[in-house]
Write a protein that binds this ligand. Structure first.
Ligand code: ADP
Ligand code: MG
Length: 415
């Protein structure tokens, strides 16, 4: 037991059928039926190896993309192929999640064998809960189709999907109410790293916040500044823009449009309070970049043209942020400083990532695009810990109990 959750040690898994929920969600190339990154899949390997060596029968469940942004919604066939190669053993795959064929294959599994089911979001309850059109309690999730069909075939449920631990869906939160359950090694490790970061960071502790998906970022900022975990927050990306606007700076019409399109407009008003309370600890860009055609343009804050859309932090800001990172003992990063995917607007992110590689601080990075930037700038081996989760990590840092943690704790008390 750790953090009130059972671990592999708590069970004799030999000969047991274990339903294993993983997070293997990765960018897909549909034309070639392959994955563009396998970072998350690699992270799943140690737990699976351990369970196979102990003689368990493994049934793997995972999601791939969502049908909201449809682009990345896909089957899990390429994941089975990658896993087979990484594990050096066949991972069976079936284009079915809960149907009779999938169930028969589960019954036929032998010790040490692995079966990966298809995308769990093909099951409607999983998807409607993801979209939050429907809200079910965990007890109700335990009565959904997926849990009712699969749980009777298994002895145990294991969750190693820390990156999805902020989701409230049957494949993540339902099985714990009907089966003895535990977390895998990856879940345990990520939980441990982040809770230590939150509870006793070496100081000064700096949070680098950027990116474009910023809904939890502000609540998280409020929490880590409020509880004293963060000594400083440095803001780039859309987070920086919102804070500049809250301070009353002109950030350009296109920036405002982008913020509103993402549904983040209300954060401008909200973060005025955050700035009033913690302004001395929040460091904002002093210059910004935009594009004219393909050309990079920069201006100091206060002299930003009325119509532009900010795409990166400027040179002075990058230098300032680098210095802060170099002088920190702990650095937590979520979200790039700008649109680093394009050459003219990558400068800020590239420079900040240089500092992350060079600093002696303990560095933790989370978030899909932040991990992509880490790979792109060749810093993977220089970062102390790369967390597979982005959303889950941020939600954790807001201090809220994650839905999957709640479910796993319930199971620990019940079974
Ligand atoms: P992560 O995946 O690391 O959590 P996000 O998904 O929140 O990060 O944000 C990453 C995306 O934000 C990148 O694709 C990047 O192009 C975009 N981005 C960063 N800064 C800006 C900006 N100023 N304007 C528009 N998009 C931005
Ligand atoms: Mg992202």
């Amino acid at each position: 037991m750790r953090f009130g959750i059972k671990t592999i040690e708590d069970f004799d898994v030999k000969g047991k059928t274990i339903l294993c929920r993983l997070d293997m969600n990765q960018p897909v190339d549909k034309e070639t039926d392959t994955l563009k990154s396998i970072v998350r899949i690699k992270a799943c390997v140690p737990t699976l190896k351990e369970l196979v060596e102990k003689g368990a029968k493994l049934v793997l469940m995972a999601h791939q993309g969502s049908d909201i942004e449809y682009k990345n919604f896909y089957c899990t066939r390429p994941h089975a192929k990658v896993l087979s190669e990484l594990l050096g053993q066949e991972v069976k795959w079936i284009d079915d999640v809960v149907g009779p064929t999938a169930r028969q294959m589960i019954k036929d599994l032998k010790e040490g064998e692995i079966l990966l089911l298809d995308n769990v979001r093909y099951v409607s309850e999983e998807q409607t809960l993801f979209e939050m059109k429907l809200q079910l309690t965990h007890e109700e999730q335990a009565k959904t189709l997926m849990v009712e069909k699969l749980a009777p075939l298994a002895d145990l449920y294991m969750c190693d999907a820390f990156a999805a631990a902020h989701r409230d869906q049957p494949s993540l939160c339902g099985f714990e109410y009907v089966l003895p359950s535990f977390m895998g090694r990856l879940f345990e490790k990520e939980y441990c790293v982040i809770s230590e970061l939150m509870e006793q960071p070496e100081r000064p502790c700096t949070f680098v916040l950027g990116g474009a998906k910023i809904s939890d970022a502000f609540l998280m900022m409020e929490t880590v500044l409020g509880n004293g975990c963060a000594d400083k927050v440095i803001a780039g990306g859309v987070v920086g823009q919102v804070l500049l606007a809250a301070k009353g700076e002109n950030i350009g019409e296109d920036s405002i449009k982008f913020i509103n399109k993402g549904g983040y407009g209300h954060f401008i008003e909200k973060s005025k309070e955050t700035l009033a309370k913690y302004g001395d600890k929040i460091v904002l860009p002093v210059d910004v970049c935009w594009l004219e055609g393909d050309e990079r343009k920069e201006a100091k804050v206060g002299e930003i043209p009325a119509e532009i859309g900010i795409m990166d932090i400027g040179h002075e800001t990058a230098a300032l942020y680098k210095e802060i990172i170099m002088n920190s003992k702990t650095v937590f990063v979520n979200g790039p400083m700008g649109v680093f995917e394009m050459a003219p607007t990558e400068y800020g992110t590239k420079e900040v990532w240089e500092a992350l590689g060079d600093t002696e601080a303990y560095t933790v990075i989370g978030g899909g695009d932040s991990i992509t930037a880490t790979t792109k700038y060749g810093k993977t081996d220089k970062i102390s810990y790369i967390c597979t989760g982005g959303g889950a990590l941020i939600r954790f840092l807001t201090g809220e109990e994650l839905p999957v943690v709640k479910a796993l704790r319930h199971a620990a008390k019940t079974f």
